[in-house]
Design a protein around this ligand. Structure first.
Ligand code: ISL
Length: 541
């Protein structure tokens, strides 16, 4: 590795690789580890510091790999352990760190432990690794409580064995929840961490990090905690963000600290407030956690300024960097989100909702400059550097997200942000690999391909590359210093250090460009900074 800074994670830009959809080396229509290897140079040239790879473990793929059958191997569809090790080594040679995705809240129902639980008796140690309960009602044919699956329907499934117990699954029925009050579960995951750390992996993204503990007695949600689509869970929720969850990660941190360089973590935790998020962070707990409060904001100066300010303040109290994210594999792509009107679920629109893609793209160009100029660490989701929009017209017969079935075909799910990457302007899968990618690519994505954008100096790809390379060479962007500038309600502006300023105009009135050198702008700023435009200025003091 080229950079030995132990604090690299405080300001790193990490690129999320959704492995199924990144690059397919063997032509079966599904991306794989050797596909990633073939594109490492592209990622290094883009200017990112690290990669996060979505789950690559053996899995029946009921939830695109978030249903893990074996935590110590690689799914044959994606490659072999040898391919994985080679990928990590090659990434390191290019100066890229590699984070994997660990899924501790649940396993696959095809995991050995769940199969053993089914074969064992109620009350056995095998069942105690999961959350089995008798049903309610005279025939025990009602679920043990009123919890609902994130994907739709009840969170309980009754097993076919004669004892007829039910097991909890906060996601798909093929994803039984583990019992984190069980010591064997805790020690197993410490061992899984060591397995991958020993093979050179630099850290983990923690899936559903807020879900591991459930309130004693598994009380009903009732009306107070009823699930509201698109809203974060309320404080006191019986199965999200229970007290004690961060303590689990203190033990994980201890394992990470035994390595040189120390291994790092980023939590996926959807919690009620940024103050709650900060509880997972600090020198003896996790390094970082995605800040979805800012992700949830619309393209609105007041909302964004408030959320950014709250995040910076809450993280400062625990000495952790904020982890900014615009898009990921679970939410609508932000080019589309920012092109929608001001109402509805901010993260998941209706597929028939009107969208102004040109407007969303203009805002996305500004948003990345805002994000990369803030103190903290940034995650990019594959394809955002190409300005890919959400795909809302995937034929129903091809939808693969379990949300589609479990919601009784009322929610199409998340496939629209998971469509394979277009690498070339032509060819059967626009260079992704093979003839028929697992999700179809819109024909006009030829123009959004890496090849097309390489050839256009004004493309999103060149814009990202330029901003990422600037961020690397501007030392003030790696400090904590951040001071707001007041340029009016419709403008977000701040300085970093003595001479760097970032200005984003959300209002109709153009903003005067301050004296200095324009380092980058998201659109032309001749005649002032127009609406939905961001710029970085070297004030030259
Ligand atoms: O998709 C969501 C919000 O848009 C959430 O309900 C999501 O399921 C939640 O954020 C947890 O996500 C993670 O765990 C899931 C998996 O399906 C997601 O892809 C993953 O990111 C279950 O493992």
């Amino acid at each position: 590795m080229t950079d030995d800074d132990p604090n690299w994670w405080r300001s790193a830009v990490t690129y999320q690789i959704y492995i199924r959809s990144f690059a397919d080396s063997d032509g079966d229509g599904i991306g794989d580890v050797n596909g990633i290897r073939s594109r490492l140079r592209y990622l290094a040239d883009l200017g990112v510091d690290a990669l996060w790879i979505n789950p690559w473990y053996p899995s029946p793929q009921a939830d695109a790999g978030y249903d893990v059958a074996d935590y110590r191997d690689i799914e044959p569809l994606f490659g072999t352990l040898g391919d994985g090790r080679a990928m990590v080594d090659e990434a390191h040679q290019l100066g890229l760190r590699v984070l994997l995705d660990i899924v501790p809240n649940h396993t696959s129902d095809e995991h050995r432990w769940f199969q053993e639980a089914l074969a064992a008796e109620p009350g056995s140690p095998e069942r105690a690794r999961y959350l089995f309960r008798p049903g309610k009602g005279d025939d025990a044919d009602q679920p043990p409580n009123d919890w609902v699956s994130e994907f739709g329907g009840t969170a309980w499934t009754r097993i076919r064995q004669p004892d007829g117990e039910w097991y909890l699954h906060l996601f798909d029925a093929k994803q039984p929840d583990l019992n984190w009050d069980n010591e064997e579960v805790r020690s197993e995951f410490l061992d899984v961490l060591r397995f991958w750390f020993d093979s050179g992996v630099d850290g983990f993204r923690i899936d559903v990090a807020h879900g591991l503990l459930k309130a004693p007695g598994l009380p009903d949600l009732g009306s107070e905690f009823k699930r509201v689509e698109g809203a974060p869970p309320k404080a006191g929720h019986p199965h999200w963000d229970q007290p004690g969850v961060p303590d689990i990660y203190r033990a994980w941190r201890e394992v990470g600290e035994t390595y040189d360089p120390p291994r790092v973590f980023v939590a996926e935790a959807w919690v009620s407030s940024v103050a709650r998020l900060a509880d997972y962070l600090g020198p003896d707990c996790l390094h970082t956690a995605f800040d979805f409060h800012v992700t949830r904001c619309r393209w609105d100066a007041a909302q964004l300024r408030e959320a950014i300010g709250n995040s910076l303040a809450a993280h400062q109290l625990v000495g952790a960097p904020v982890t900014w994210v615009l898009s990921n594999h679970d939410i609508d792509r932000h080019v589309t989100r920012y092109g929608r009107g001001p109402t509805g679920d901010p993260l998941h629109g209706r597929p028939d909702e009107p969208v102004d893609i040109a407007l969303g793209t203009r805002r996305a160009r500004a948003a990345i400059l805002l994000e990369l100029a803030l103190p903290g660490t940034v995650y990019l989701y594959q394809g955002e550097e190409l300005g890919l929009p959400q795909v809302n017209d995937i034929p129903e017969s091809m939808l693969a997200d379990p949300v589609w079935e479990r919601s009784g075909h009322t929610r199409r799910g998340r496939d629209g942000c998971r469509v394979p990457i277009p690498w070339t302007t032509g060819g059967p899968s626009l260079g992704f690999g093979g003839a028929a990618p697992w999700l179809p690519q819109p024909a006009d994505w030829s123009q959004l391909s890496v090849e097309a954008e390489e050839a256009d100096d004004d493309s999103m790809l060149h814009h990202y590359r330029k901003a990422l390379h600037l961020r690397r060479v501007l030392p003030e962007l790696r400090t904590d210093d951040h001071r707001w500038l007041d340029l009016g309600d419709e403008v977000i502006a701040f300085t970093r250090g003595d001479r760097f300023a970032c200005i984003v105009n959300f209002g109709e009135q153009p903003v005067d460009t301050p004296a200095g050198e324009v380092l980058i702008a998201s659109a032309s700023i001749d005649g002032g900074i127009p609406r939905d435009t961001a710029t970085w200025i070297d004030l030259g003091r």
